[in-house]
Structure formats: C-alpha cells, structure tokens
Design a protein around this ligand. Structure first.
Ligand code: NA7
Length: 553
C-alpha cells in the first residue's frame, strides 16, 4: 500500500510475471464489494474486486426469481455515503423489488466509476497468508495469481444455495431451476410447476407462479410464518420528507436495534407497540385483535417474544388467521405452522401468499403427510401419487453466513484452514476478523448483527471500520492486524449469551441462523442479536482502545 506501483513493477520485472499486486483485494461485487471499491480507492489504496457472477449486484444479481423483493423499506435499504446519490435516486415502491435494487447498484457502479476495479466472471478459489511478507496470495479459477496485503470477504450471507438431494433428480427430463440462480430467459407460461421450499423465496414466488402456471404444486416441509407486506407505490411526499432529513435518518439507523430508523413508516409494523401479556388476555380480546390486525395480531403482546407458552398462544392466533384466509380446511391446516415458535426463523413478508392457495390451479403438498419418494423423468412420485410436471423450482435456501467462506480454501500462516474452524462453529471477533488469519476481514460475518439488521448500514459500517483500521496501520507503518484468540472467544460467548431467552435459540427452533438447515453444520447462533446500535458502540470502543483485542505488527 505504501508504494504499490513499484512493487508491481518489481514483480512484473522478473520473479513471477503473472502475479499482480494490490493493497486490498475484495471478494464479491454486491452492496458490500462495490462500496469497498469506492471507499478503499478514495483513501488511496489500490483495490481489485473479484465477482463470480457475469454482472455486479451480488444477492440482487443472483436472486432474480419472480416476486423477489427486499423486506426493508427502500429509502432505508440504500447507501448513505453520498448525499448526492441519496437525492438523485428515486425509489418507486415502499419495499424495493429485485430489479429496482439491481438497477440502483448498476447506477452506483457507473456514477462512481467502480467497474474498472471489478473483475467479473472470476471466482476466488483459495488464498494463503505469507507470514514474512504479511501478504495474502490469492488464486482465482482463471489461474491468475494475486498478492494483496489485505483481503475483504464481501461474499454475502445468503450466497451459496442448498440443492436438496432428491432421489432420481438426474432422471428428470424437465427444467430444474434454483430460485437463487434464476435464468433471464425462461418462460413458464402454461407450465406445470413443482415448487419445493416455503421460506422467503418460496413464499414470494408462489403468487407469481400461480398466475402463469397451468398448475402449481407447492411442496411444503414446514409451514412458514408470513405477514402481508402491505407494499405500495412510493408516496412522493414520504420520499421527499425522508430525503430532507437523510442525515437524521442515517444517525437513527446506526443507533437503532435493527438498522432501520422508521422515518417514513413501516406498514407491516402498523400495530400498537407490544405492551400487554397475551397470557393475560381474554378470548374476546384475542378475537378483537384478530379482527383488527389480522396476521399482525400476534405482534401485539410483549410476552410472545420470550415466553414459550405465550408464544404458542400467539401461534394459535396466527393459525386461526390462516384458516380465515384459506378456504380449503385441509390446506389451511397444513399451512398452519406447528412445532416451532414465532420469532425462530426470519419472518417472511408476502404479497398474497395464502390467497394463492384459494386458486383452482394451486395445490399444496404437505410433505409431513405425503413425502416425496423420488423424482421421475416426468414428475414427482410422492407416497400417495405421481404428479406430472414440466418444471421443478427449488427454493430450498442457503448455507447461510459461513457457506461462502468455507467454499474458498483459506489458509492461515501455519497452513491451518478457516473452513475447518468454521465447521467447529467458530465466530469472528465482532464478525470482522478470525483469529489466526491476519489482514483478512469479513463483511457482515458471523458474530455481527448482519442478517438480523438492515444489511446496507451494516455493510457501510463494516467497510468504514476496516478503512479506518487500514489508515491507522498505514499511518504507523504497521503491516498486519489480527484478532487475538482470547478476544475472539470472549466475543463468541457474548454472541451466544445475547441470544439466550429468545425464540431464535428455542429447543424447537431449527433455522439457518443456527446452521440447522445444513447437515453436519455445528449448531451455533451465528448473528449478534444485541442490537445494531449497541454493536456500533462496541466497535467504536475497540477503536478508541487502540484496537483492543487485536494484535498489530
Ligand atoms: P429458507 O428460508 O432457508 O427456506 C428454505 C425452504 O426450503 C424451507 O421451507 C425449507 O424447509 C425448504 N427445504 C429445504 N430443503 C428441503 C427439502 N430437501 N425438501 C423440502 N423442503 C426443503 O431460504 P429462502 O431462500 O426462502 O430464504 C432465505 C433468506 O433470504 C430469507 O430468510 C430472507 O432473509 C432472504 P424447512 O423450513 O427447513 O423445513
């Protein structure tokens, strides 16, 4: 970083001509990778981002399935680093759809001339740290070699899809499409479609597929908790008002529990603040709440989040609401969640999910009653029948938070592999850095609020923290920084402690936050739930303490 030009020249002059050098190598070109390029470049570091996709956008490039939409208000799910950008960009809907976010990111890339430092269609496959040179050696699938003093993994939290092992899948003669790898040129009009998976992706795509399919079969393993998103076209008055007070909005985000300021409103939260106990409520009060707030009724009581008995009472209310909406009693019963609490998995926001099951061309297959035996060349054989289909859509989730890190062969100075440590449930100090892997940073990694808060402020905060750290090192002539094992372990304990008593870690809860959707993945609660605001304070205290918990050299 001190004199990159001459280092590059020396290297190209003789020893390893194909090795190229930058100060900071970034993996990924979504929200995080793009801002990293902007920020590090602005501070005078040379930077190169590698992106496996054919275009920028990360999550919002890959997840182009019909109905894909963010569950954070658009005015808040946006960069804060440029006041000009904040004013220029006009959001068209309250919750932004995939294509609008992708357009936004492309606009940002052009607006700040970021593309020249982003290399597309390139997968980083491995990296090892040279202790003497304090440098990472990085390999890509193009067989080119890079050296970088610092590596920033901007690889996303939900970027490695889970492909279920369904017997006979290779014999299927129709199309198989993963929602997170949705092709741009597919036409499903009039097709017989099987959809497997009813998390956010499955719930969002169901009403869309229902409108075009000859018949849609939704294969459900667990019933989802989903709430009507109440999405609407952007109100110009709200957009103008938020733009006028964007600095306050951003400050409020950084001190809030979830990285959302609430300026401009959040329609889904249009219920009174929970301040009463559901266990103390009468049957009439419950019914009144259901009449008034519908699916939102279960959010009105404050003991639901912490008391399993109260939670079950709220789930029962939720089930009653499903029965009110879905006309077929058996289908409604299958769509009614059982066996795990509200607040265990990420809540889903939908746009007519339950209503879709009232259509004649939509059938729910409850896998608890009718499991899949195998996929055949023409369809799916369940324990009860053979269903002929043309297309199999998989909305079966991701190896969340650590999947993209374990896919790269990352080796520390002694040859130790990060993927082995992640398998054991290792959590990064502040979700930013793993002990034993100097100069390697993770954006919104395990141990940070990450997926529990608004990702964009979380990403910006991490990149700004890392940039400040790199400047600190540069100003002092230091070449490396590494979290200590002690500090990392203490933080990992704090991350687990913070989740105790929440439904996220209830005995009956099996979610991707806990790695429970991946066979063999250690059950550890990966994100930090102590609140984004509190986390920002902790990170600042570490800096103020001269990078307490980190070792520099
Ligand atoms: P999720 O939320 O992990 O959902 C995956 C769904 O796929 C879920 O319903 C799973 O059932 C189901 N699944 C997974 N494997 C199978 C098999 N083998 N058979 C049947 N069903 C299966 O992923 P999404 O993509 O929907 O959402 C991920 C996040 O993206 C979301 O939380 C938002 O933050 C955005 P299960 O519940 O495990 O029984």
């Amino acid at each position: 970083m001190d004199d990159n030009q001459s280092r590059t020249a020396v290297i190209e002059d003789g020893r390893t001509p194909s090795t190229r050098t930058v100060d900071v190598l970034v993996v990924g070109a979504g929200f995080a990778g793009l801002y990293a390029v902007y920020k590090f470049r602005q501070l005078g570091f040379t930077v190169r981002a590698f992106e496996a996709g054919e275009a920028i956008g990360g999550t919002w490039y890959w997840n182009r399935y019909p109905g894909a939409r963010c569950d954070v208000p658009s005015l808040e799910y946006s960069y804060s680093f440029s006041p000009e950008l904040e004013q220029e960009w006009e959001w068209s809907e309250f919750f932004p759809a995939q294509d609008e976010i992708e357009r936004y990111l492309n606009y940002v890339a052009d607006r700040f001339d970021l593309r020249r430092d982003v290399q597309l269609c390139t997968t980083v496959v491995g990296m090892s740290f040279d202790e003497c040179a304090k440098t990472w050696h990085v390999d890509t699938d193009l067989d080119d070699k890079w050296e970088a003093r610092f590596v920033v993994m901007a690889t996303g939290c939900l970027s490695v899809p889970v492909v279920p092992k369904l017997e006979g899948m290779s014999s299927f003669e129709g199309k198989v499409i993963q929602t997170s790898r949705w092709p741009s040129d597919v036409d499903l009009d009039g097709a017989r479609i099987a959809l497997v998976g009813t998390g956010s992706s499955g719930v969002q795509i169901t009403p869309e597929l229902a409108q075009i399919a000859k018949h849609l079969y939704v294969f459900q393993r667990s019933a989802a908790f989903s709430w009507p998103s109440k999405n609407a076209p952007m109100d110009p008055a709200i957009q103008a008002a938020v733009k006028q007070q964007y600095r306050d909005v951003r400050l409020a985000q950084r001190s809030s529990p979830g990285g959302v300021s609430g300026f401009g409103g959040v329609p889904i939260l249009d219920v009174p603040r929970p301040d009463k106990r559901i266990l103390a409520a009468s049957e009439n009060e419950l019914l009144d709440a259901l009449d008034e707030y519908g699916f939102g009724a279960c959010r009105v009581w404050d003991d639901v989040a912490s008391d399993p008995q109260a939670n079950e009472r709220a789930v029962e209310l939720y089930r009653q609401m499903v029965h009110r909406v879905v006309t077929n009693t058996d289908t409604a019963e299958s769509l009614s969640p059982r066996g795990y609490p509200i607040g265990c998995k990420r809540p889903v926001l939908d746009n007519g999910y339950f209503q879709a099951f009232n259509r004649d061309n939509v059938t729910l297959i409850d896998l608890r009653l009718e499991p899949i035996e195998r996929v055949t060349k023409a369809g799916i054989q369940t324990s009860a029948r053979h269903i002929e289909i043309d297309v199999l859509v998989l909305a079966t989730g991701f190896d969340a938070m650590t999947g993209a890190l374990t896919r790269v062969d990352i080796r520390g100075p002694n040859g130790q592999k990060l993927r082995d440590e992640l398998r054991e449930g290792c959590i990064a100090l502040l979700g930013l850095q793993f002990s034993g892997y100097p100069n390697l940073f993770t954006i919104t990694g395990p141990g940070s609020p990450s997926v529990l808060s608004n990702m964009v402020p979380g990403i910006e905060h991490h990149i700004e923290w890392i940039s400040e750290c790199l400047v600190y090192l540069r100003e002092r002539g230091l070449k490396s920084i590494e979290s200590t094992a002690t500090a990392q372990n203490e933080w990992a304990e704090e991350v687990q402690r913070a989740a105790i008593g929440t439904m996220y870690v209830a005995d009956t809860c099996n979610s991707w936050y806990l790695g429970a959707n991946i066979p063999g993945k250690k059950r550890v609660f990966l994100p930090y739930i102590g609140g984004f605001g509190r986390y920002v304070t902790v990170c600042q205290e570490v800096v103020d303490g001269g990078y307490a918990g980190f070792r520099t050299s």
